[in-house]
Design a protein around this ligand. Structure first.
Ligand SMILES: [Zn+2]
Length: 217
């Protein structure tokens, strides 16, 4: 129970906004929160092929700064905060009619996890699941090898870079429960496509993917 409370206690301990110097007991002050909320997409559904993809916003402005804090500045509290935003957005849109599902965060490599200390997408998934009541499954999907950073690679090179980078382990959880993949940033879709191939081979139904941000068009 105490470990479940820790993110909340940590959050309460801070007294300035994560983005500006204004005093705030929340992750963001009212001004930055308002600015962030104005960046939320009017419709969460981004595309339906090859799988349904929902996104909270686009990778720019306040959201980009927050995702950078989670990924590179060790701000786990910002990760939990963004997961709550995703949860609220999901419940508002209710795109799968409250179906039973398990949430699978896109894993990072063991090496990267060691360096960073955590998987930022797992933080989002943890608070998303607390908000929605869905089952979190961060054990079944493994990243079997490190892939070089996707940034700067051509779409074809990204695809090759990811081949056989993921593995689905037999889990004790029901194989029939549909999976909702969760990732922080969607780029070309190469990662999600590669995971879809792996899950399809393992006969695991995949209902779609939810991301915090897509590239700005
Ligand atoms: Zn602020």
């Amino acid at each position: 129970m105490l470990s479940a409370m820790q993110p909340i206690l940590k959050l309460l301990a801070r007294n300035t906004c994560a983005l500006c110097n204004r005093s705030s007991h929340e992750v963001l002050c009212v001004y930055c929160l308002k600015a962030l909320d104005s960046e939320q997409r009017s419709t969460a559904l981004v595309q339906t092929d090859p799988m349904k993809l929902w996104a909270w916003g686009e990778y720019y402005g306040i959201l980009e700064r927050l995702l950078t804090l989670v990924k590179y500045q060790g701000r786990k509290d910002v990760g939990f905060f963004l997961g709550n935003k995703l949860g609220a957005c999901w419940q508002e849109a209710n795109p799968l009619e409250a179906m039973k599902l398990r949430v699978v965060p896109v894993p990072i490599s063991t090496e990267r996890r060691k360096t960073r200390g955590y998987n930022q997408t797992e933080l989002l998934a943890q608070s998303f699941c607390r908000w929605t009541g869905y089952t979190l499954d961060s054990q079944s999907l493994m990243r079997t090898r490190d892939t070089q950073a996707q940034f700067g690679l051509s779409p074809k090179a990204r695809q090759e870079n990811l081949q056989q980078a993921f593995l689905w382990k037999n889990s004790s959880q029901s194989q029939n429960t549909g999976v909702l993949l969760l990732d922080d940033i969607f780029t070309t879709g190469a990662t999600l496509y590669e995971i879809q191939v792996v899950l399809t081979k393992a006969n695991v139904p995949i209902l779609g993917a939810l991301v915090m941000a897509t590239p700005r068009l």
